[in-house]
Design a protein around this ligand. Structure first.
Ligand code: NI
Length: 306
């Protein structure tokens, strides 16, 4: 894969205004077909191996996920780049970073990434949620962006993204665990919106939708005969301690098998591996990030969630 240095896409002023008004935006092309084909191969390998499972980075979002051999309805891998370094050098990443600077400003930096698979005929819906509601420490001001790229066509039949326009301008709504079961990784928005207002965003392979951290979104089940793979790159302005008090209690009650695998891995020395990855990722080039990461590290040392 060539090393992509310069972005090949740029949002127009109209697209930037649409993003800020509605909270989301679709573009038809963020990564070329040959790169998307390579990514499909990498994703299929990572999911077949359940890469990162032993360290809690691979899990099923909608089941108890306590049996390594059970079928997964909504498998995800956090930071797949840790298990496939070739993901570091993609045109998708270059373009997404350029778009993030256009939407969040020059201080935007990469925060995390995620690979999601909806298996054919079996892949579950992603519950309605706001990404900011997944943050464990609610007492920061977050300004975050997710850029979501399907590695094949994304349609209503296989679980394309759907958004509620304008929710980016509101606050974080109360969330809960699906079926009130804290052993399930996913969270769902507990109400305060009408799913009938959703705007579906079908996309060609290598297209992208992007959404603000407050924008309510959902993706339906995969009723098609082919896997639905999506690659998400998340960006944010380094979070600043907030003056207001919030509590995202729905995250603190979680007791998932994946979190337990992560705790055990950290105890076995994984915490040093995590630190090394953060250094390599260049997070410390952003001084504002240090306060946030230090608080997160202290929480991890106290053996709590991050
Ligand atoms: Ni999300």
């Amino acid at each position: 894969m060539p090393t992509p240095q310069t972005p090949t896409v740029a949002l127009t002023p109209e697209q930037i205004a649409e993003f800020h008004e509605r909270g989301f935006l679709s573009i038809p092309n963020i990564s070329p077909p040959e790169e998307v084909e390579l990514l499909r191969g990498i994703f299929d390998r990572l999911f077949a191996q359940k890469a990162g499972r032993a360290e809690g980075a691979q899990f099923d979002m909608v089941t108890h996920d306590d049996d390594d051999d059970a079928p997964q309805a909504l498998p995800a891998i956090i930071n797949p780049v840790n298990f496939a370094p070739e993901l570091r050098e993609t045109i998708f990443r270059t373009n997404a970073a350029a778009i993030a600077r256009q939407l969040l400003g020059p201080n935007a930096s990469a925060s995390f990434e995620q690979a999601i698979l909806k298996p054919p005929r079996y892949g579950a819906a992603t519950p309605w949620h706001q990404d900011e509601a997944t943050r464990v420490d609610a007492n920061f001001d977050y300004e975050q962006l997710s850029i979501w790229m399907p590695l094949q066509e994304a349609t209503l039949a296989n679980g394309c993204m759907q958004y509620i326009a304008g929710t980016n301008k509101g606050d974080v709504l109360p969330h809960r665990s699906p079926k009130s079961d804290p052993k399930i990784h996913a969270i769902e928005c507990a109400g305060g919106f009408d799913p009938a207002d959703a705007t579906p965003c079908p996309l060609p392979p290598g297209g992208a939708t992007m959404h603000h951290g407050r924008t309510l979104h959902y993706a339906g089940p995969n009723n098609s005969d082919t896997p639905r793979r999506a690659y998400i790159l998340a960006f944010e302005i380094p979070p600043k301690p907030s003056t207001r008090q919030r509590n995202f209690y729905w995250n603190h009650e979680k007791q998932t098998a994946g979190l337990e695998r992560k705790r055990q891995w950290r105890k076995r020395g994984g915490i040093l591996v995590e630190f090394g990855r953060k250094l390599r990722g260049g997070m410390w080039r952003h001084p504002d990030r240090v306060v946030f990461e230090a608080r997160r590290a202290i929480r991890a040392l106290l053996n709590r969630q991050t």
